[in-house]
Design a protein around this ligand. Structure first.
Ligand code: F6R
Length: 607
């Protein structure tokens, strides 16, 4: 979705280069247009346009702007095509209020109509512009800007994170949040706000995560927060947290892309995750609650959904239970089903995916308990859940989830093992063995990358010439093949579909012809059945590539991506890295930017 940044620097400073830097850090949230606004000599000056940051900054002359207080925006279009007019910031009629916004104003047509009938002139097709005019409309006489802003907020329906400049109060940036993420960053001589922490991580690691219904303002030295519905001010210092992320973690550090860096970071992320989770009281508590739950539901989207499906498999294996796993945008299905005695596991690396948040809220409202698994401390989903577990993978900037997937899978395996113990399905000795195996996940990934990168690079050259591919597996490998297919689809724009291998005979095989790419993710104990499926594909001319940890040669395959041998619940660490690398190198071969796949945004905060 869109990315917002605001910087209130000390008088005389120039925040424009920092705004541009922050926008570059936010580009992964959306990137069809970009803009900034500063207050200069009591006037608001805006520069904006459609295109990527570097290009828009050059063409529209960002470096010519100077100001010590400013806001910036990188857009992922919802209302109105990407264009110079639709790029943020948006202004009111007099050009005294500038707004940047992430989210959707659902009642914007109605508001726009009403404002137009009162003489307000709109220049864009966006829902955002109504905010500027609405606040302008509410500004009356000597009243403070906050009063008008508060009244305007009460009229907005939808999800939003907004930052506003007001020419008459040039030292302040006003903000509000409802269902879209917004974080404040505090430092000794300047204050920041942004959609996501990496935007200001170069300058501070002291953050306050805003909650729904909060509004306020920052200057270079002050922070004010209140709940606009109750009018009560919020004690900001009690919410201040130092986050364990560094600017380096959010930088490319010499890698050509964040995605490659993050694939390579997986051993370190898994190590960190394991260390943190091994003695984590929240994980133990969650396991106890879940082990005694009547039913377990899982809600998640995209890659996190695949982690959820994986959890369902390990849960059966380690705790003898089954989970009902659903794509979180289908959360309505929980209505009338989930209730007291149940637990919903909400998995979201960002902790802000709106559908997953809604699923969690629905479950809570029906008396169920919610366990959150997230990578972002204090984000909406963990904050609203009954109990939160954190993956500790560090910031993930590439749009495609990589290291966060493997750390989710690690955390979920630990959770399933602890549930197994809590329900008497496993004893402590079994759990210890599982933990010992998981401890090696980090080195397994390192060995796998070393062993497979060369062959995968060559394979990518071939896959780049294809339009379609199948990813097949069985058992625990099925969610892994779904994840592999998603990576290839989203980064390399090649149609890739995953199926339980046995299901491929029930229709999908009809597409197979000469040289059709079929990837088989082999699973220990299921090799024979998978070999049968490989043979069926091969017989129809497919090119069959098998990711496998056994040295057993097969007549039915064209290529083996040989990975270290591992038990089934450890195969994410051997089977996923080569598939991530395959997607990455195929995208690069085709000339695409894997960090910024078209039409995608890292955090999906609109339904
Ligand atoms: C895929 C990807 C997305 C996310 C999905 C959920 O590589 O990144 O499919 O997995 O948008 O996001 P979170 O986990 O933040 O809820």
């Amino acid at each position: 979705m869109c990315g917002i940044i605001g910087i209130a620097g000390p008088e005389g400073s120039d925040v424009v280069p920092m705004l541009v830097q922050g926008l570059k850090r936010l580009e992964y949230r959306g990137y069809d247009s970009v803009g900034i606004a500063v207050v200069s000599d009591g006037r608001i000056v805006v520069r904006k346009g459609a295109g990527k940051i570097e290009e828009v900054a050059r063409v529209k002359g960002f470096p010519e702007l100077h100001g010590s207080v400013g806001v910036g925006h990188t857009r992922w279009a919802t209302h109105g095509r990407p264009s110079d007019e639709n790029a943020h910031p948006h202004l009111d009629c007099k050009g005294r209020i500038a707004v940047v916004h992430n989210g959707i104003i659902r009642n914007y047509s109605e508001l726009r109509e009403r404002l137009e009938s009162k003489g307000h002139v709109f220049v864009s097709e966006t829902d955002t512009e109504v905010i500027a005019h609405l606040v302008e409309d509410e500004l009356r006489g000597p009243e403070s800007f906050m009063e008008a802003f508060r009244r305007a907020l009460a009229r907005l329906e939808g999800s939003f994170a907004v930052a506003l400049l007001y020419a008459a109060e040039p030292r302040r940036i006003f903000f509000a949040r409802m269902e879209s993420p917004l974080v404040l960053g505090l430092s000794s001589n300047a204050n920041y706000l942004a959609s996501d922490i990496p935007a200001f991580l170069d300058y501070t690691d002291r953050v306050i995560v805003l909650r729904d219904g909060e509004m306020g303002w920052i200057t270079s030295s002050q922070v004010y927060i209140e709940d606009w519905r109750s009018g009560r001010s919020v004690e900001a210092s009690g919410r201040l947290r130092k986050i364990p992320w560094t600017a380096e973690m959010a930088a490319k550090s010499g890698y050509p892309h964040f995605m490659l860096k993050e694939i390579y970071e997986q051993p370190a992320a898994l190590r960190n995750s394991f260390r943190g989770l091994a003695g984590d009281k929240s994980l133990l508590k969650a396991a106890e609650i879940m082990a005694s739950a009547d039913r377990i539901f899982v809600a998640a989207a995209g890659t996190s959904f695949h982690a959820g499906l994986f959890f369902d498999h390990v849960l059966g294996r380690l705790a003898g239970r089954i989970a009902y796993t659903l794509v979180s945008s289908e959360y309505h299905r929980l209505e009338g089903v989930v209730g007291r005695g149940d637990v919903l596991l909400a998995i979201s690396q960002s902790g802000e995916t709106i559908d997953t948040l809604k699923a969690a809220r629905l479950a809570l409202s029906r008396g169920a308990r919610v366990v959150a698994l997230s990578n972002v401390i204090d984000s909406a989903i963990p904050r609203e859940s009954s109990i939160a577990i954190y993956t500790r993978a560090g910031p993930e900037i590439g749009v495609a989830a990589t290291k966060t997937f493997l750390t989710q899978v690690l955390a979920l395996t630990m959770l399933a093992a602890r549930m197994g113990v809590a329900s008497g399905h496993l004893d402590e000795g079994d759990a210890k063995n599982i933990y010992q195996a998981l401890f090696k996940a980090s080195s397994l990934v390192r060995k796998t990358i070393t062993a497979t990168e060369g062959v995968v690079r060559e394979l990518a050259d071939w896959l780049a010439g294809k339009h379609s591919a199948y990813m097949l597996s069985r058992g625990i490998g099925v969610p892994l093949s779904m994840e592999a297919a998603l990576k290839v689809k989203e980064i390399a724009y090649i149609h890739a579909e995953a199926y339980p291998a046995g299901e491929s005979k029930h229709g999908p095989i009809a597409l197979v012809e000469k040289e059709f790419p079929v990837f088989i993710l082999s699973e220990p104990g299921l090799e024979e059945e998978l070999e049968g499926n490989a043979a069926e594909m091969k017989a129809r001319g497919a090119k069959v590539i098998v990711v496998s940890g056994t040295g057993r040669p097969s007549r039915h395959l064209d290529l083996q991506i040989r990975v270290p041998g591992a038990e089934d619940f450890m195969t994410p660490y051997t089977h996923i890295p080569p598939m991530q690398l395959l997607a990455y190198y195929t995208a690069v071969k085709l000339g695409y930017d894997p960090d910024k796949p078209r039409n995608l945004a890292k955090t999906v905060t609109v339904e």
